[in-house]
Design a protein around this ligand. Structure first.
Ligand SMILES: Cc1cc2nc3c(=O)[nH]c(=O)nc-3n(C[C@H](O)[C@H](O)[C@H](O)COP(=O)(O)O)c2cc1C
Length: 187
C-alpha cells in the first residue's frame, strides 16, 4: 500500500489549503493509498538553530513536534507540501518545517528521504498565479536538493476568504486527479 502524507502549512484550520490537501488525499485513497493529514501549526515546530548535531548523531536535539514528523516522512512514499502564499513565500510553520529538513542533508541521513515523491500545493488571494513563483521555486529547489521526485503541483489563485476554494470546481477536480495519480502503486 502506498503511503501519502499531507502537510498543511496554513494556521487556518478548515481553510483553503486544508480543503485542497483533503481533496488530493481523497483522490489518493480512491486508488488504494493510505493517507494522513497533519497540521504543521499544531506541532509548534521550532526554528533550526544550525547546530548540525543531526549530522553527527543522526537525531535532531530539538525536542518538539518535528520528532514524529521525521519518522512519518521516512515511512511515507509521497509527501504533499501545502502552504498558502504569505508575502510571496511560505508560512512560518512551513518554513520552520523546511529548515529542519537539513537533518537529511548529510551522507548518513540522505538516503532516508531520497527518491520519495512530492506534490506541491499553494493557494493565494491574488488572481495572478505568477505571484506564487517565489514560493513554488523555493519548494521545487528544496525538493530537488533533497533528491526527491516532484510528481506535480497545483496553484489556486483568487481564494482569499476561508473556504473560497469550494467554488473553484475545476481546481478541485485537478486536485482530485493529482491525488489519483500519486495514489496509484508504481506510478
Ligand atoms: C500574513 C498573510 C500574508 C498573505 N500574503 C499573500 C500574498 O503575498 N499574496 C496573496 O495572493 N495572498 C496573500 N495572503 C492571502 C492568503 O494566501 C489567502 O487568504 C489564502 O486563501 C489563505 O489560505 P488558508 O485558507 O489555507 O489559510 C496572505 C494572507 C496572510 C494572512
Amino acid at each position: 500500500v502506498k503511503k501519502v502524507l499531507g502537510l498543511v502549512g496554513s494556521p487556518r484550520k478548515g481553510g483553503n489549503t486544508h480543503i485542497l490537501v483533503s481533496q488530493i488525499l481523497r483522490g489518493a485513497r480512491e486508488m488504494g493509498a493510505r493517507t494522513e493529514l497533519i497540521y504543521l501549526g499544531n506541532l509548534r515546530i521550532k526554528e533550526c538553530d544550525g547546530c548540525h548535531s543531526c549530522w553527527e548523531t543522526r537525531t535532531c536535539i530539538i525536542n518538539d513536534g518535528m520528532k514524529g514528523i521525521y519518522k512519518k516522512l521516512m515511512e511515507s512514499d509521497c509527501i504533499v507540501l501545502a502552504s498558502p502564499l504569505y508575502w510571496f513565500g511560505p508560512t512560518v510553520a512551513m518554513k520552520a518545517f523546511i529548515d529542519r529538513l537539513v537533518y537529511f542533508c548529510c551522507s548518513k541521513n540522505e538516503d532516508k528521504i531520497k527518491g520519495k515523491e512530492v506534490v506541491l500545493a499553494t493557494v493565494q488571494a491574488g488572481e495572478d498565479a505568477n505571484e506564487a513563483n517565489p514560493l513554488i521555486r523555493m519548494l521545487e529547489m528544496s525538493v530537488r536538493y533533497l533528491g526527491m521526485k516532484l510528481k506535480g503541483k497545483i496553484i489556486v489563485p483568487g481564494v482569499g476568504e476561508k473556504g473560497a476554494i469550494k467554488s473553484k470546481k475545476s481546481k478541485l477536480k485537478q486536485a482530485l486527479n493529482l491525488g489519483r495519480l500519486i495514489g496509484r502503486l508504481g506510478s
